[in-house]
Design a protein. Structure first.
Lengths: 338, 386
């Protein structure tokens, strides 16, 4: 019932906002002088204030890249921390310009909540962590194992589905909060711990002996996470979408934060088009032609952002996996800039 | 009579000096006797004492080990606080608190502007001490400072004013101790006068005032604070145009202040009802107006009897400020919750350390409030004891 009311309210909000003639988010952003960016209330590696209170992470980099492209200053971002309940209304009501908050791209969100996803900046999915001493190599060997899982989440449902589909015997042990779940696993209450793979890596660090535990390769659910914008403003959607594509294209072409100045003199036509020394691609988006140069200069390419925030350069040490480039066995792919 | 005494005084068998009273037997005074009477008097007392001592011996040493002896005091990241062969038992990770100390105080307030928050803390401390310490001079000026100058100065100091050369710092950047103190200070300062007005309104004979007060009090007490904040943050933006949408912190401030005043009204009303009718009649017989009667006779007595309840309301309010996290504000507790999930500090004892720090913080503030209230009560109750 409660859920129904909330959905109805959100849908009503979506209709109201859709009917409001928008003045063009890009123009509003330029007039305000900052990108208003919705984040969560802190998620390791994705968006979290550091010791100085500056938001850092993979999701923060999306917003910083937008600010870099528009203002040539990655710090012109206003962060609005949102709970999972008010994130969509904040976008619908115009409180934020872009929602970059580890939000899974699903049909119902796009069809009925009045938002549009601009791409996928992290392919997440539910995974398992077990003790190394069990010598398991695959989640399919987990039959009869007790699994710690957080109560009332889609994680719990996915777990049951996976075990049933593979005809495995499941003994799930549920807990109310994430902390309790991790603690119970660490105390030996169960053989395996399951949650989103990115979460498993950060939980692992909090165990008494992180090196005794391993994350299994199977990913049993699809959680494509990405930034989203309000429906009905295609220009702004394009800006957010192509900002992400710039990050990926730059990695593919080997353009990095360090060598981007030297790359301006490159003869490679693809790099020339990317950095705006050829063509007027930035202007067609409503930005300047050196927009991509600005993004790479301030943020780096996707690979750099990934390594810095969640990969080897961070304590999380998440492997690229699905998030590697398409030509390196992953799914990150950008259409050509031409 | 006097003759008898003087004649007795001459008798050589009468003791002339007053004998000093001899000390009671040693088993009735001193620590041993005290312990015997209070700790080991009877089978029940003795067994309770032994059980409690055993319990303390069981609980306290590990606690001290965690907080002090095994604690890590210095370090730059999680390496300092993880379990390894060099230190297999790691207690509280105070290095984490040290590293994130400024984040807990200022949240994401821009670093070059943080001196403004410091100035605010100093001004607030001066105001509080000036108002609460009865021996300080010119407390009338103190009241003007606390209730007029401080709010205005703090507003311009914290929000900023380009005209004064202070860059604007929007409230979404505020956080930590700053938010907790601002919300609770506003709640505490606003709720008492508003609560008194509502209580008087509820007992008033004017129907409009009475109906309004009753409706307001009962409505506010009928819904949880969390619902009000949630409505303000989720539903409000859908129904008002962007430009008229109030600031998030302001929404929380108004919500908390109105909420606290409804509860305060009932506390004050209890005090008003506790006064004997004679006090009202006496005041009216003296020809005092309603205002004079309330200000000079009724309220001073009513508030005196309700001090314990008022303070316990304040303490509850102070702790309720953590609910502003619903509208996406980073209060003190939320900053700890955010910092503790940072993988840079991911270690088994970091979360407990954060919560212990929060517990110490809230305890100091709440205990200070209740101790101060006790001294005030003692001072005011001198009249009753005479």
């Amino acid at each position: 019932m409660k859920k129904w009311v909330a959905t109805a309210a959100l849908a009503a909000g979506a209709l109201m906002t859709a009917s409001m003639a928008s003045a063009g988010t890009l123009d509003t952003v330029k007039a305000k002088g900052q990108v208003v960016c919705g984040h969560g209330q802190g998620l390791a590696g994705f968006a979290l204030p550091d010791a100085q209170g500056v938001w850092r992470g993979l999701d923060s980099d999306v917003c910083r890249a937008l600010a870099a492209a528009i203002f040539n200053d990655p710090n012109k971002v206003k962060v609005v921390p949102l709970t999972s309940k008010d994130r969509f209304t904040a976008l619908q009501s115009g409180e934020i310009d872009v929602l970059s908050r580890n939000t899974t791209w699903t049909l119902s969100r796009e069809a009925s909540l009045g938002l549009e996803f601009a791409g996928i900046n992290y392919y997440d999915g539910q995974g398992f962590m077990v003790r190394k001493s069990l010598k398991l190599t695959s989640a399919k060997e987990l039959s009869g194992a007790s699994v710690c899982v957080q109560q009332g989440t889609t994680t719990e449902l996915n777990l049951a589905d996976f075990f049933r589909a593979n005809k495995l015997e499941l003994k799930s042990v549920t807990f109310a909060t994430n902390d309790e779940t991790t603690k119970a696993y660490d105390a030996g209450r169960c053989d395996a711990l399951t949650t989103d793979a990115s979460g498993l890596y950060s939980e692992r660090l909090r165990l008494a002996k992180p090196d005794d535990h391993v994350v299994l390769p199977e990913i049993i659910s699809k959680e494509p996470l990405g930034p989203s914008v309000r429906k009905g403003d295609d220009q702004w959607l394009d800006v957010v979408k192509w900002t992400q594509f710039v990050l990926i294209t730059a990695e593919e072409l080997g353009v990095t934060q360090a060598n981007v100045d030297a790359m301006l003199k490159s003869d490679n036509p693809e790099i020339k088009r990317l950095l705006g020394t050829e063509g007027k691609f930035g202007e067609s988006l409503g930005l300047t032609n050196d927009w991509a140069y600005r993004i790479i200069k301030h943020i780096g390419n996707y690979g750099e952002s990934f390594e810095r925030n969640v990969g080897e350069g961070s304590p999380l040490k998440i492997a690229r996996g699905l998030n590697a480039l398409w030509n390196k066995g992953g799914l990150q792919y950008a259409p050509p800039i031409r | 009579m006097s003759k008898t005494v003087s004649s007795n005084a001459n008798q050589s068998f009468v003791q002339h000096n007053v004998i000093e009273p001899s000390r009671p037997p040693s088993n009735l005074v001193g620590p041993v006797a005290w312990a015997r009477e209070h700790l080991f008097g009877g089978v029940f007392n003795t067994s309770a004492t032994i059980l409690i001592l055993l319990f303390l011996a069981w609980v306290v040493p590990p606690f001290l080990d965690f907080l002090w002896f095994d604690a890590v005091w210095t370090g730059k990241d999680r390496e300092a606080c993880i379990f390894n062969d060099a230190h297999p038992d790691v207690g509280a990770c105070w290095a984490f608190i040290k590293d994130r100390f400024s984040f807990f105080n200022y949240g994401t307030y821009p670093i070059p502007e943080r001196w403004r928050v410091d100035v605010f803390f100093v001004l607030l401390t001066i105001a509080v001490v000036w108002m609460l310490k009865l021996s300080l001079p010119r407390r009338d000026l103190g009241a003007i400072f606390a209730f007029v100058i401080l709010p205005v100065v703090s507003y311009f100091l914290l929000i900023g004013s380009p005209a004064l050369g202070l860059p604007i710092v929007t409230t979404n950047l505020w956080g930590g101790l700053l938010v907790t103190l601002v919300v609770s200070a506003v709640g505490i300062v606003v709720s008492l006068p508003l609560g008194i007005l509502l209580a008087l309104g509820r007992r008033s004979t004017m129907p409009a005032a009475q109906v309004f007060s009753v409706a307001f009090i009962e409505f506010v007490r009928g819904v949880p604070l969390i619902t009000v904040l949630f409505m303000a943050s989720v539903m409000l933006p859908l129904f008002v145009p962007r430009e008229f949408e109030p600031d998030k912190l302001l929404r929380a401030l108004v919500g908390v202040a109105l909420f606290a005043s409804a509860y305060m009204a009932e506390v004050v009303r209890a005090g008003l009802q506790a006064l004997p009718k004679g006090q009202y009649e006496g005041a009216m017989a003296l020809g005092l107006s309603y205002g004079q009667m309330m200000r000079l006779i009724i309220l001073p007595q009513a508030l005196k009897v309700t001090i314990p309840n008022i303070v316990s309301n304040y303490i509850g309010l102070f702790k309720d400020t953590t609910l502003v996290v619903i509208v996406g504000l980073f209060d003190f507790l939320r900053t700890i919750e955010t910092a503790r999930i940072d993988p840079i500090w991911a270690a088994p004892t970091v979360s407990p350390t954060g919560y212990v720090y929060a517990a110490i913080f809230y305890f100091i503030f709440c205990f200070a409030m209740s101790s101060y209230a006790r001294t005030i009560e003692q001072r005011l109750s001198k009249a009753d004891k005479r």
